[in-house]
Design a protein around this ligand. Structure first.
Ligand code: GDP
Length: 521
């Protein structure tokens, strides 16, 4: 299952924080990222020049311990938000850059809203303190009003005065990041499992083919691993760090450039290492088909609440995102409150990504398009070109005038979204003793049932020397002597065919099993 560490507490090891730099335009985000990166080059004494691979790691010393920090090298909250809209969260900590001369500006507030909505702790870098008109206390006072209270005022947000230009305060900023991570996050991951993480950037390179920058979130990514990233897959041919140097492996939180993929994944796509090339191809192909279907559905202008539910049933999404518009702030609040009380367990996520008073606008439809959300209008209607645009983009707008009706319908939708849970039940095993070739139905396995029962129309897998060589097969034909039978018990011989699978050997074990739906409580 993607997104969860395997193993138990003892398998977890600390991992570095992953940081995004946000703030108002021209407040120095880019310059700060450059300054931190360059400071690191000096520290690495290799004289190497960092390449822009979209992320880099620096190391700082806190309490005599070397502490790495990963920075995502795309300033601003747009990339952060775009990834979140795809359900990915790469960032552990946000550095909010505020220019000491300007103070808090509109995008400062926007950035901090996004970080707070994502539950990401914030460290404030008060930048440009070298300027004559710098007033670092101004930002502190202003941000207090937004709930970011500086430690020195008795709050729990760390503010650090820096100058990206002269380099002052950079070490203190790194230290503040580490301390904030230690104080409010338990950043650990299992390094000893198949690697999983996020592709944060990818493009087609003329010489090298598809290249993707990934951040490993758990496990260790190694050269030679087979990975699936979105609908791309392939075997990792080389891993490069931010110095352009080859590395053999990338542990949790390490960014690396991956070469060897067959296609270019999207920014924000998950990647994972799998044990088998064939499985990688299958997953990638399935995803590609799914993306194609989604694109088709979108073009034909239909994506309804029901479609979303269907996607969830197929395991394609487990999120229902909503944008709420109402005729008064009271009604929007009431709607959101009631929605938050719907209990659907932890399998489906209901999230209100935006809310507001007034008509449904083109901006609302835009956000819904980008984030795959449904718009709920409570006693309001769409205005201007919003309806037309929603039709074109395949965004569903649901209108309600009674709150409980809205709640009932959305609750029912969410209940329908819950996937059935299947449990595997072993039926039996048969050993292949002979193989008959048939041009009509493929290879027939002459078997002895060595345990339990073999059942026709059940699922089957093939074991060789104790290893699974093929899984989730269908047992399409089962015979005893000359008769078609539905099952054969232990101690009897039978002939069977695995649908579309002929790669069997004498000595292989055919395991028969069933998937049974587990009742939900
Ligand atoms: P961004 O839009 O937030 O990425 O801002 P930039 O990093 O592009 O910086 C905007 C401008 O502010 C540029 O002209 C920088 O040279 C300047 N600048 C950035 N940091 C500092 C600083 O610490 N001190 C001074 N004096 N200027 C800075």
């Amino acid at each position: 299952e993607f997104g969860e560490d395997e193993g138990n507490d003892a398998d977890m090891a600390p991992r570095p924080p992953v940081v995004t730099v946000m703030g108002h335009v021209d407040h120095g985000k880019t310059k700060l990222l450059d300054a931190l990166r360059n400071a690191n080059v000096v520290a690495k004494e290799a004289g190497g020049i960092t390449q822009s691979i979209g992320a880099y790691q620096v190391t700082t010393e806190v309490d005599d311990t070397e502490r790495p920090i990963t920075f995502i090298d795309t300033p601003g909250h747009e990339a952060f938000t775009a990834m979140r809209a795809r359900g990915a969260q790469a960032t552990d900590i946000a550095v909010l850059v505020v220019a000491a001369d300007d103070g808090v500006m509109p995008q400062t507030v926007e950035a901090l809203n996004h970080a707070q909505a994502a539950g990401v702790p914030i460290v404030v870098a008060v930048n440009k303190v070298d300027k004559p008109d710098a007033d670092p206390s101004k930002a502190r006072g202003q941000l207090t009003e937004y709930g970011l209270v500086p430690e020195e005022y008795g709050g729990d947000t760390m503010f650090v005065d820096v100058s990206a230009k002269s380099g002052t305060g950079l070490e203190q900023l790194l230290e503040a990041i580490v301390l904030t991570a230690d104080a409010s996050l338990d950043l650990r991951a299992n390094p000893d499992q198949n690697a999983e993480g996020l592709a944060i950037e990818a493009h087609l390179d003329r010489g090298r083919g598809p290249v993707a920058t990934v951040i490993v979130q758990r496990g260790t990514l190694r050269v030679g691993d087979t990975i699936v990233a979105g609908s791309a897959f392939g075997r990792v041919r080389a891993l490069l760090d931010e110095f352009g140097d080859s590395i053999e492996e990338a542990p949790p939180s390490r960014p690396a450039l991956v070469l060897g993929l067959t296609a270019v994944p999207g920014a924000g796509d998950n990647f994972m290492a799998v044990d088998d090339d064939r499985i990688a191809r299958q997953i990638a192909e399935k995803r590609e088909a799914r993306e194609r279907n989604a694109a088709l559905a979108k073009r034909s202008g239909r994506r309804t609440l029901e479609d979303l539910m269907r996607e969830v049933e197929k395991g394609e999404t487990t999120e229902l995102l909503l944008i709420l518009k109402g005729d008064s702030s009271g009604s929007v609040e009431a709607l959101e409150d009631s929605l938050s009380q719907i209990d659907v367990g932890d399998e489906v996520d209901l999230r209100v990504i935006d809310r507001g008073v007034g008509a449904i606008t083109e901006a609302n439809v835009n956000l819904a398009t980008a984030s795959n959300a449904v718009i709920v209008g409570y006693n309001v209607r769409a205005q201007g070109k919003a309806t037309e645009m929603a039709d074109r983009e395949g965004v569903q707008i649901k209108y309600y005038s009674v709150i409980y009706q809205a709640i009932e319908e959305i609750e029912a939708a969410l209940k329908g979204m819950l996937k059935p849970i299947y449990e595997e039940h072993q039926l039996g095993q048969a050993e292949i003793r002979e193989i008959f070739r048939s041009s009509k139905i493929g290879n027939i396995a002459g078997c002895m049932v060595v345990g339990g029962t073999i059942r026709r129309n059940a699922k089957a897998r093939l074991l060789r020397d104790g290893n699974v060589v093929a899984d989730n097969l269908d047992l399409s034909s089962l015979r005893r002597e000359k008769d078609d039978v539905s099952e054969v018990r232990e101690g009897f011989e039978c002939g069977l065919v695995l649908r579309n699978y002929g790669d069997i050997k004498i000595g292989d074990i055919v395991e028969s099993f069933e998937l049974r739906e587990k009742p939900r409580d």
